[in-house]
Design a protein around this ligand. Structure first.
Ligand code: ATP
Length: 201
C-alpha cells in the first residue's frame, strides 16, 4: 500500500507544554485509519496539524501531490459539532460550495444518502444538531478529496443514524478509495469501520 501522507517526528506544544512528541505515522491510500486514545492526548491536534489549521514546531508532514489535483479542498474536515456551516446558505448551497464538478443529480443522490434531500432548502438555523452533522458529512464527501479528516463525526448522533452513516462512509471510502483519518472514542466504532487502529498515549 502506498502512503498518501507521511508524518515524521511531529512535535507540537501549547504554551510550552508538549502535546504531541516525535510522532511518526503513515496514512495509506484506500484505508480508514482510526485514531484512539485518552482525552487530551492530542488526537484533534494531530488532525489540525495535518489539515494545516495548527502550526507545529518540528517534524514534517509529506503529502502526496495527488491530494491537490482537481480539488478545491484537499483536507475536508468533519468536526464533532458541525458549527462551520455558512448560516446564510441553505443545506444544498453549503454542499455545492466545495465542488465544481458535481451535477445536480449527484448532489441530490448524496443529500438523499444522508437523509437530507427533503431539507435541502433549509438554513442551518432550522436544523437539529444531527442534521447539521449530516450536512457536514455530505459537504466533506462532496469535496471528492482523496483524504477525509473526521474528528468524532458521529459522536452526537443516535445509534441508528450513527450506524447508517458509518455504512455510508465505508461504502464511499471503498468506492473512491479514500484515505480517512477518523478520531473516535468508541472501540466498537473503530473495530467496525477501521482498517487500522492507532492508540495515542
Ligand atoms: N488552542 C489551544 N491552546 C492551548 N491548548 C490547547 C489548544 N488546543 C488543544 N490544547 C491542549 O492540547 C491538549 C490536547 O488537546 P486535543 O483536543 O488535541 O486532545 P484530544 O485527544 O482530541 O482530546 P478529546 O478526546 O477530549 O477531544 C489538551 O491538553 C488541550 O487542552
Amino acid at each position: 500500500m502506498k502512503p498518501i501522507l507521511k508524518i515524521r517526528g511531529l512535535t507540537k506544544s501549547f504554551e510550552e507544554i508538549p502535546v504531541i512528541h516525535n510522532l511518526s505515522l503513515d496514512v495509506f491510500e484506500d484505508e480508514i485509519l482510526c485514531i484512539m486514545g485518552p482525552s487530551g492526548v492530542g488526537k484533534s491536534t494531530l488532525l489540525n496539524c495535518i489539515a494545516g489549521i495548527t502550526p507545529f514546531e518540528s517534524g514534517e508532514i509529506y503529502c502526496d501531490p495527488v491530494l491537490y489535483e482537481n480539488v478545491k479542498v484537499p483536507f475536508p474536515f468533519v468536526f464533532q459539532e458541525m458549527d462551520t456551516l455558512l448560516p446564510w446558505k441553505t443545506v444544498r448551497q453549503n454542499v455545492i460550495l466545495v465542488t465544481d464538478h458535481m451535477l445536480n443529480d449527484e448532489i441530490d443522490a448524496l443529500l438523499d444518502r444522508v437523509d437530507l434531500l427533503k431539507h435541502a432548502h433549509k438554513y442551518p438555523r432550522e436544523l437539529s444538531g444531527g442534521m447539521k452533522q449530516r450536512v457536514g458529512i455530505a459537504r466533506a464527501l462532496a469535496c471528492r478529496s482523496k483524504v477525509l479528516l473526521m474528528d468524532e463525526p458521529f459522536g452526537s448522533l443516535d445509534l441508528e443514524m450513527r450506524v447508517k452513516l458509518q455504512d455510508l462512509l465505508m461504502s464511499i471510502q471503498k468506492k473512491f478509495k479514500l484515505s480517512v483519518v477518523f478520531v473516535t472514542h468508541d472501540l466498537n466504532e473503530a473495530e467496525r469501520i477501521g482498517n487500522r487502529i492507532i492508540k495515542l498515549a
